[in-house]
Design a binder for this molecule. Structure first.
Ligand SMILES: O=C(O)CCC(=O)C(=O)O
Length: 301
Protein backbone atom coordinates (compact mmCIF):
# COMPACT_ATOMS: atom_id res chain seq x y z
CA UNK A 1 0.00 0.00 0.00
CA UNK A 2 1.42 3.38 -0.98
CA UNK A 3 -0.77 5.73 1.03
CA UNK A 4 0.57 8.65 3.01
CA UNK A 5 -1.81 9.97 5.64
CA UNK A 6 -2.21 13.75 5.94
CA UNK A 7 -3.45 15.71 8.98
CA UNK A 8 -7.20 16.25 9.17
CA UNK A 9 -9.90 17.63 11.45
CA UNK A 10 -12.51 15.35 9.86
CA UNK A 11 -12.98 12.48 12.31
CA UNK A 12 -14.63 10.23 9.70
CA UNK A 13 -11.48 10.51 7.61
CA UNK A 14 -9.35 9.87 10.72
CA UNK A 15 -11.31 6.70 11.52
CA UNK A 16 -11.00 5.59 7.91
CA UNK A 17 -7.21 6.20 7.90
CA UNK A 18 -6.85 4.29 11.16
CA UNK A 19 -8.85 1.32 9.82
CA UNK A 20 -7.38 1.18 6.33
CA UNK A 21 -3.86 2.62 6.58
CA UNK A 22 -3.21 1.73 10.24
CA UNK A 23 -2.68 5.27 11.57
CA UNK A 24 -4.28 8.71 11.44
CA UNK A 25 -3.27 12.31 12.13
CA UNK A 26 -5.62 14.90 13.62
CA UNK A 27 -4.58 18.53 13.89
CA UNK A 28 -5.63 21.29 16.32
CA UNK A 29 -6.30 18.94 19.22
CA UNK A 30 -4.29 20.38 22.14
CA UNK A 31 -4.50 24.12 22.96
CA UNK A 32 -1.24 25.88 22.12
CA UNK A 33 -0.77 27.30 25.60
CA UNK A 34 -0.99 23.76 27.08
CA UNK A 35 1.46 22.52 24.45
CA UNK A 36 3.90 25.27 25.50
CA UNK A 37 3.64 24.30 29.16
CA UNK A 38 4.18 20.61 28.32
CA UNK A 39 7.22 21.50 26.18
CA UNK A 40 8.75 23.56 28.96
CA UNK A 41 8.19 20.80 31.53
CA UNK A 42 9.59 18.03 29.27
CA UNK A 43 12.76 20.00 28.54
CA UNK A 44 13.24 20.93 32.19
CA UNK A 45 12.80 17.30 33.32
CA UNK A 46 15.01 15.95 30.51
CA UNK A 47 17.78 18.30 31.55
CA UNK A 48 17.42 17.35 35.24
CA UNK A 49 17.60 13.64 34.33
CA UNK A 50 20.74 14.23 32.25
CA UNK A 51 22.37 16.28 35.02
CA UNK A 52 21.76 13.53 37.59
CA UNK A 53 22.89 10.70 35.29
CA UNK A 54 19.36 9.26 35.12
CA UNK A 55 18.61 10.00 31.47
CA UNK A 56 17.33 7.14 29.32
CA UNK A 57 18.99 7.69 25.96
CA UNK A 58 18.32 5.46 22.96
CA UNK A 59 19.44 5.28 19.33
CA UNK A 60 22.15 7.91 19.69
CA UNK A 61 20.51 11.13 20.78
CA UNK A 62 16.89 10.24 21.56
CA UNK A 63 16.07 10.83 25.21
CA UNK A 64 12.94 9.31 26.74
CA UNK A 65 11.46 11.05 29.76
CA UNK A 66 9.67 8.03 31.23
CA UNK A 67 6.44 7.70 33.19
CA UNK A 68 5.56 11.38 32.83
CA UNK A 69 2.36 11.27 34.90
CA UNK A 70 4.53 11.33 38.01
CA UNK A 71 6.51 14.27 36.61
CA UNK A 72 4.01 17.09 36.24
CA UNK A 73 0.33 17.93 36.36
CA UNK A 74 0.49 19.10 32.73
CA UNK A 75 0.75 15.50 31.52
CA UNK A 76 -2.50 14.56 33.25
CA UNK A 77 -4.09 17.68 31.80
CA UNK A 78 -2.89 16.67 28.32
CA UNK A 79 -4.31 13.13 28.67
CA UNK A 80 -7.89 14.41 29.00
CA UNK A 81 -7.74 17.88 27.40
CA UNK A 82 -9.79 16.69 24.42
CA UNK A 83 -12.21 13.84 23.64
CA UNK A 84 -10.93 13.58 20.04
CA UNK A 85 -8.08 11.14 20.62
CA UNK A 86 -10.04 9.22 23.23
CA UNK A 87 -12.93 8.75 20.76
CA UNK A 88 -10.50 7.39 18.19
CA UNK A 89 -9.05 4.98 20.77
CA UNK A 90 -12.60 3.85 21.54
CA UNK A 91 -13.16 3.30 17.81
CA UNK A 92 -10.44 0.63 17.86
CA UNK A 93 -10.56 -0.73 21.41
CA UNK A 94 -14.20 -0.30 22.46
CA UNK A 95 -15.37 1.14 25.76
CA UNK A 96 -13.36 0.96 28.94
CA UNK A 97 -9.85 1.12 27.43
CA UNK A 98 -7.10 2.19 29.82
CA UNK A 99 -3.72 3.85 29.76
CA UNK A 100 -0.81 1.42 29.52
CA UNK A 101 2.06 3.94 29.75
CA UNK A 102 2.96 7.53 28.98
CA UNK A 103 6.40 8.81 28.07
CA UNK A 104 8.01 11.77 26.32
CA UNK A 105 10.39 10.77 23.51
CA UNK A 106 12.69 13.60 22.41
CA UNK A 107 14.37 12.90 19.08
CA UNK A 108 17.59 14.93 19.21
CA UNK A 109 19.67 16.26 16.29
CA UNK A 110 21.75 13.88 14.19
CA UNK A 111 20.02 10.69 15.31
CA UNK A 112 19.24 7.73 13.07
CA UNK A 113 15.84 6.12 12.75
CA UNK A 114 14.69 3.82 15.52
CA UNK A 115 14.27 0.10 14.79
CA UNK A 116 11.02 -0.65 12.99
CA UNK A 117 8.58 -2.34 15.38
CA UNK A 118 4.95 -2.73 16.34
CA UNK A 119 3.77 -1.87 19.84
CA UNK A 120 1.64 -4.99 19.99
CA UNK A 121 4.61 -7.26 19.38
CA UNK A 122 3.31 -9.65 22.03
CA UNK A 123 0.27 -10.92 20.11
CA UNK A 124 0.42 -13.92 17.77
CA UNK A 125 1.26 -13.39 14.12
CA UNK A 126 -0.14 -15.36 11.19
CA UNK A 127 3.24 -16.80 10.39
CA UNK A 128 6.50 -15.73 11.88
CA UNK A 129 9.71 -16.96 10.49
CA UNK A 130 12.33 -16.48 11.81
CA UNK A 131 10.80 -14.34 14.58
CA UNK A 132 8.30 -16.74 16.14
CA UNK A 133 7.65 -17.54 19.76
CA UNK A 134 5.41 -20.13 21.34
CA UNK A 135 4.06 -18.38 24.42
CA UNK A 136 3.15 -14.69 24.78
CA UNK A 137 5.23 -14.25 27.92
CA UNK A 138 8.33 -15.46 26.13
CA UNK A 139 8.29 -12.77 23.48
CA UNK A 140 10.92 -10.44 24.87
CA UNK A 141 12.05 -7.15 23.39
CA UNK A 142 14.94 -8.78 21.58
CA UNK A 143 13.34 -10.02 18.42
CA UNK A 144 16.51 -11.38 16.83
CA UNK A 145 15.99 -14.92 18.09
CA UNK A 146 15.58 -17.56 15.41
CA UNK A 147 12.34 -19.46 15.65
CA UNK A 148 11.97 -23.02 16.79
CA UNK A 149 8.94 -23.53 14.59
CA UNK A 150 6.66 -21.25 12.62
CA UNK A 151 2.97 -21.66 13.29
CA UNK A 152 0.63 -20.85 10.44
CA UNK A 153 -2.62 -19.15 11.43
CA UNK A 154 -5.25 -18.07 8.94
CA UNK A 155 -6.68 -15.22 11.00
CA UNK A 156 -5.42 -11.82 12.11
CA UNK A 157 -5.13 -11.10 15.79
CA UNK A 158 -7.20 -7.96 16.50
CA UNK A 159 -5.72 -4.68 17.73
CA UNK A 160 -5.66 -4.50 21.53
CA UNK A 161 -3.39 -1.44 21.86
CA UNK A 162 -3.56 2.03 20.35
CA UNK A 163 -0.67 4.47 20.66
CA UNK A 164 -1.47 8.16 20.62
CA UNK A 165 1.39 10.64 20.30
CA UNK A 166 0.93 14.34 20.98
CA UNK A 167 3.12 16.61 18.85
CA UNK A 168 4.68 18.98 21.37
CA UNK A 169 6.82 20.50 18.61
CA UNK A 170 6.19 20.37 14.87
CA UNK A 171 6.93 16.89 13.48
CA UNK A 172 8.71 17.12 10.11
CA UNK A 173 10.21 14.60 7.71
CA UNK A 174 13.73 15.59 8.71
CA UNK A 175 13.38 16.28 12.44
CA UNK A 176 12.27 12.79 13.50
CA UNK A 177 8.53 12.60 12.72
CA UNK A 178 7.27 9.08 13.45
CA UNK A 179 7.44 6.92 10.31
CA UNK A 180 4.89 4.25 9.38
CA UNK A 181 4.59 1.38 6.94
CA UNK A 182 1.08 1.97 5.56
CA UNK A 183 -1.20 -1.07 5.71
CA UNK A 184 1.27 -3.10 7.82
CA UNK A 185 -1.37 -3.62 10.55
CA UNK A 186 -3.14 -6.03 8.19
CA UNK A 187 -0.03 -8.04 7.34
CA UNK A 188 -0.38 -10.31 10.35
CA UNK A 189 3.41 -10.09 10.83
CA UNK A 190 6.00 -8.28 12.90
CA UNK A 191 8.62 -6.27 11.01
CA UNK A 192 12.14 -7.56 10.66
CA UNK A 193 14.05 -4.67 12.23
CA UNK A 194 17.21 -5.60 10.34
CA UNK A 195 15.57 -4.46 7.08
CA UNK A 196 15.52 -0.84 5.86
CA UNK A 197 11.75 -0.58 5.28
CA UNK A 198 12.15 2.04 2.57
CA UNK A 199 8.34 2.13 2.17
CA UNK A 200 7.97 3.86 5.57
CA UNK A 201 6.46 7.38 5.40
CA UNK A 202 6.70 10.23 7.94
CA UNK A 203 3.69 11.54 9.90
CA UNK A 204 4.29 15.25 9.45
CA UNK A 205 2.11 17.46 11.64
CA UNK A 206 2.14 20.81 13.43
CA UNK A 207 2.52 21.07 17.22
CA UNK A 208 -0.82 20.46 18.97
CA UNK A 209 -1.73 17.59 16.60
CA UNK A 210 -1.96 13.91 17.44
CA UNK A 211 -0.97 10.80 15.53
CA UNK A 212 -2.66 7.53 16.54
CA UNK A 213 -1.90 4.03 15.40
CA UNK A 214 -3.25 0.52 15.63
CA UNK A 215 -1.02 -1.58 17.91
CA UNK A 216 -0.12 -3.82 14.96
CA UNK A 217 1.14 -1.02 12.69
CA UNK A 218 4.87 -1.02 11.93
CA UNK A 219 6.49 2.27 12.91
CA UNK A 220 9.57 3.96 14.38
CA UNK A 221 10.79 7.35 15.53
CA UNK A 222 12.18 8.87 12.31
CA UNK A 223 15.76 9.99 11.79
CA UNK A 224 16.44 13.52 13.00
CA UNK A 225 18.72 14.98 10.33
CA UNK A 226 18.68 18.53 11.68
CA UNK A 227 21.60 20.15 13.49
CA UNK A 228 19.62 21.84 16.23
CA UNK A 229 15.99 20.68 16.44
CA UNK A 230 14.61 18.60 19.29
CA UNK A 231 11.42 16.85 18.20
CA UNK A 232 9.25 16.30 21.28
CA UNK A 233 6.30 13.93 21.60
CA UNK A 234 4.22 12.67 24.50
CA UNK A 235 2.93 9.12 24.14
CA UNK A 236 -0.31 7.74 25.58
CA UNK A 237 -0.43 3.99 24.91
CA UNK A 238 -3.96 2.68 25.47
CA UNK A 239 -4.98 -0.95 25.87
CA UNK A 240 -8.29 -2.79 25.89
CA UNK A 241 -9.55 -3.09 29.48
CA UNK A 242 -8.68 -6.77 29.97
CA UNK A 243 -5.01 -6.28 28.99
CA UNK A 244 -2.44 -5.66 31.70
CA UNK A 245 -1.07 -2.10 31.39
CA UNK A 246 2.73 -1.84 31.22
CA UNK A 247 2.66 0.56 34.18
CA UNK A 248 0.67 -0.28 37.31
CA UNK A 249 -0.76 3.20 37.91
CA UNK A 250 -2.90 2.53 41.01
CA UNK A 251 0.28 1.28 42.71
CA UNK A 252 2.95 3.52 41.25
CA UNK A 253 1.39 6.97 41.01
CA UNK A 254 2.59 9.45 43.59
CA UNK A 255 -0.02 10.07 46.31
CA UNK A 256 -0.36 13.75 45.39
CA UNK A 257 -1.14 12.78 41.79
CA UNK A 258 -3.83 10.29 42.91
CA UNK A 259 -5.44 13.02 45.01
CA UNK A 260 -5.86 15.21 41.94
CA UNK A 261 -7.48 12.57 39.71
CA UNK A 262 -11.05 13.15 38.57
CA UNK A 263 -13.41 10.24 37.82
CA UNK A 264 -12.57 10.15 34.12
CA UNK A 265 -8.84 10.06 34.81
CA UNK A 266 -9.28 7.35 37.47
CA UNK A 267 -11.10 5.16 34.94
CA UNK A 268 -8.41 5.78 32.32
CA UNK A 269 -5.66 4.90 34.78
CA UNK A 270 -7.19 1.54 35.60
CA UNK A 271 -8.60 2.26 39.07
CA UNK A 272 -12.01 0.78 38.22
CA UNK A 273 -13.00 -2.85 37.79
CA UNK A 274 -13.84 -4.19 34.34
CA UNK A 275 -16.76 -6.66 34.57
CA UNK A 276 -14.95 -9.24 36.80
CA UNK A 277 -17.50 -11.72 35.38
CA UNK A 278 -20.26 -9.76 37.05
CA UNK A 279 -18.86 -10.13 40.56
CA UNK A 280 -17.57 -6.69 41.36
CA UNK A 281 -17.31 -6.69 45.11
CA UNK A 282 -20.70 -7.10 46.77
CA UNK A 283 -23.09 -8.02 43.92
CA UNK A 284 -25.99 -5.97 45.31
CA UNK A 285 -23.94 -2.79 45.42
CA UNK A 286 -22.83 -0.77 42.45
CA UNK A 287 -19.18 -0.72 43.43
CA UNK A 288 -17.17 1.09 40.84
CA UNK A 289 -13.85 0.65 42.57
CA UNK A 290 -13.64 -2.87 43.93
CA UNK A 291 -11.84 -2.84 47.26
CA UNK A 292 -12.32 -5.67 49.76
CA UNK A 293 -13.45 -3.15 52.33
CA UNK A 294 -14.96 -3.17 55.80
CA UNK A 295 -18.50 -2.93 54.42
CA UNK A 296 -18.36 -6.51 53.16
CA UNK A 297 -20.02 -9.15 55.34
CA UNK A 298 -17.99 -11.89 57.00
CA UNK A 299 -14.45 -12.00 58.35
CA UNK A 300 -11.83 -10.62 55.98
CA UNK A 301 -8.99 -12.82 57.18
O1 LIG B 1 8.76 8.80 19.09
C1 LIG B 1 8.08 8.38 18.17
O2 LIG B 1 7.89 9.02 17.15
C2 LIG B 1 7.49 6.99 18.21
C3 LIG B 1 7.76 6.28 19.47
C4 LIG B 1 7.49 4.83 19.33
O3 LIG B 1 7.94 4.17 18.43
C5 LIG B 1 6.66 4.14 20.28
O4 LIG B 1 6.20 4.77 21.25
O5 LIG B 1 6.39 2.93 20.10
Amino acid sequence: MNTRVTPTTDLDKARHDLDVVGYCIVEDVAPSELVSRVRERVLEQASAERDTGQAFVQDGNTQWVANVLNKGEVFLELLTCSETGLDLCRHVLGDGFILSCSNAPIAGPATGRMKMHSDQYWTPTIQQEPLAYDRLGENGLDRSEVSRSAVRRDYLFPPCMVTLVWAITDFTANNGATVFVPGSHMSGLQPDYRQNHTDAVPAEMPAGSIVLWDGRTWHATGANETRDQYRIGVTNNMVAPMIRPLVNYPYSLRAEVVERLDERQKQLLGFSTWTAYGNEGVPMQDLKYFKPAADQPGPML
